[in-house]
Design a binder for this molecule. Structure first.
Ligand SMILES: *Cc1c(COP(=O)(O)O)cnc(C)c1O
Length: 426
């Protein structure tokens, strides 16, 4: 048989000229970009206190539970978890997550769980499976910047819905609905919230779901701060409050179990009416095959971690963070020109700046920059979260550091606060 050779056009390039692909060029974390261009030169006479990094392990005051570290050691020593797991994850680990994340009103099983490298990996899966380039996704403002990173990389349009600080950062529902059109492929809800530290009530969760239901838009729920709420507040999963809106919930060990480096996250599929049945489930499986799944050792340890971590571990973490939140809130409430918003959970507090009282500074970025220069305290300007005139404080640092940082912030504001404006009223 004759072999037919297709006529080919030959390569003519003779010089090296290798470019990064578009997706890589369009991938960047806005926080890094902003922080890199800030002039951060701490005061040499004052020890630096970074209230900027959302990693609870950096100061060593919040170690993980020994149950978790021992479970990983045991999984490693067993030699049972050195091979490839199925891309979506080991069955035993999927069962453990299904049990851990199920609510009486929203039970799921192992087949509804897909593992990923951290909650970021889970978010990447969820966004990638639901949204095409050219379509749009609704994101919270202020909000976690990584969502936009994923969207920008592939040409997904971002539309921001507003969270209202005066209403404990609840969603502006009318404005959210006004953003929706036929190309809206998903709404992302982050509850409890980074950077706001807000925790939505059942009533508000139902209101959001009603908008999703009315417009038939699926929800991606970033629930990495599940159960991470202060006394008096209640964590409610999105999925537990609807039987009709299909939800991809993203979670993981990172924050509650204080192990960001372990990179263990998951997507759980909540879909009582089979909306995701035809394509989305298979799409998630397909996407999980791109990486062949995450780390197997942590999967091997997962059942033990999720069922045997003692409740006093979670309680003492939350107590420490809550204590810091109250110290910070009280201290900064008495500072002229600042408006701290008391968080209800997660590990952050947003602080509003009355910028017209600080005319030396053009914006929150200049304000926080100068705070580093004079007081060696670094807080992220809320520009990092697409929000002006606020800064975010990370509350996982040791208590003495948070008190010291608040004293210095107060001193800074006293120096720069402009009282003169009052006079113009008289
Ligand atoms: C920390 C964080 C994540 C990322 O979690 P990883 O498991 O480290 O990937 C996702 N969403 C929010 C809102 C976060 O604060």
């Amino acid at each position: 048989m004759d072999v037919i050779v297709e006529p080919k056009s030959r390569r003519t390039i003779r010089e090296w000229n290798v470019k990064a692909a578009k997706m890589a060029k369009n991938s960047s974390n806005p926080i890094r970009a902003l922080v890199d261009e800030m002039k951060l030169t701490p005061n040499p006479d004052k020890e630096m206190i970074a209230l900027s990094i959302g990693d609870p392990t950096v100061f060593g005051n919040l170690p993980p539970s020994t149950v978790a570290s021992e479970a990983v050691v045991e999984a490693t020593r067993s030699n049972k978890f050195n091979g490839y797991a199925p891309c979506v994850g080991y069955e035993s680990a999927r069962v453990a997550v299904a049990e851990y994340t199920s609510w009486p009103s929203a039970p799921i099983t192992a087949k509804d769980v897909v593992f990923a490298s951290g909650c970021s990996g889970a978010l990447d899966l969820a966004i990638s499976v639901l949204v095409n380039p050219g379509q749009n996704i609704l994101l919270p403002r202020p909000g976690f910047s990584l969502y936009k990173t994923f969207a920008d990389a592939v040409g997904i349009h971002v539309r921001y819905y507003d969270l209202i600080p005066e209403k404990s950062w609840e969603v502006d529902l009318d404005q959210m609905e006004s953003l929706m059109d036929n190309d809206t492929a998903a709404i992302l809800i982050n509850n409890p919230s980074n950077p706001c530290g807000s925790v939505f009530s059942i009533k508000h969760i139902r209101e959001i779901l009603a908008v999703a239901e009315k417009n038939k838009v699926p929800v991606i729920a970033d629930e990495i701060y599940a159960h991470f709420v202060f006394p008096g507040h209640e964590y409610i999963s999105m999925a537990s409050q609807t039987t009709t809106v299909p939800i991809l919930a993203c979670g993981g060990l990172t924050k509650r179990f204080l192990v960001p480096g372990w990179r263990m996250g998951w997507v759980t599929i909540h879909d009582r009416h089979g909306v995701f049945e035809k394509e989305v489930r298979a799409g998630l499986t397909g996407l999980s095959q791109r990486t062949l799944g995450p780390n197997t050792l942590v999967q091997g340890a997962l059942a033990k971690i999720l069922t045997q971590t003692p409740s006093h571990f979670f309680d003492s973490t939350l107590q420490a963070i809550h204590r810091n939140a109250r110290i910070c809130f009280e201290a900064l409430s008495n500072v002229c020109g600042l408006r701290p918003v008391m968080p209800q959970g997660a590990m952050y507090m947003m602080v509003g700046i009355d910028m017209d009282r600080f005319p030396e500074f053009k914006n929150d970025k200049e304000f926080t920059e100068c705070l580093v220069t004079e007081q060696s305290v670094f807080c992220l300007p809320a520009q990092c979260f697409e929000y002006p005139d606020y800064f975010r404080i990370v509350l996982t640092v040791p208590e003495d550091k948070i008190s010291e940082a608040c004293d210095r912030i107060a001193e800074f504001c006293n120096v720069h606060y402009c009282r003169e404006m009052m006079d113009t009223f008289y």
